[in-house]
Ligand binder design. Sequence first.
Ligand SMILES: [Zn+2]
Length: 108
Amino acid sequence: MELKNMDDIVKCPHCGSIIVSESISNKHINGQYNETREFECGHRIVYSPNFRTIEYTRLCKNHPDVLAKKAVRKKTKEKLFKYINRLDVDEEFRNNLNSHLKYSCYYE
Ligand SMILES: [Zn+2]
C-alpha cells in the first residue's frame, strides 16, 4: 500500500522497527484519507486529513516512558501478590485473587 502523507516515516522514530501494516480509511472532504501505519514494536501513527497532522495513537513498546510504566507495574504486581498471600482468607479465595492478578493485562 502506498500512503501519500508519511513517506518520510519508514521506521519507528523511537526504536527503528520496521513497518508491519498500513491502511487508509474515511475519505475527507478535501479528497485525502486517514492513513495509519503500524510498526513491529506496536508504535502506530495516523495522518489526519482534517488538520493535516501526523500523531501517534499507540506508543512504541521500547519508548522510555512505556518501559518505566511497565517497571512500576511489575513492582506493584509483586507487592500485590505478597499482600494477597498474607491475607487471612481461605485458599480458594486466595487462589482466585492471584489468578485474576496473574492474568490481568493491565499489569503487564
Ligand atoms: Zn518502536
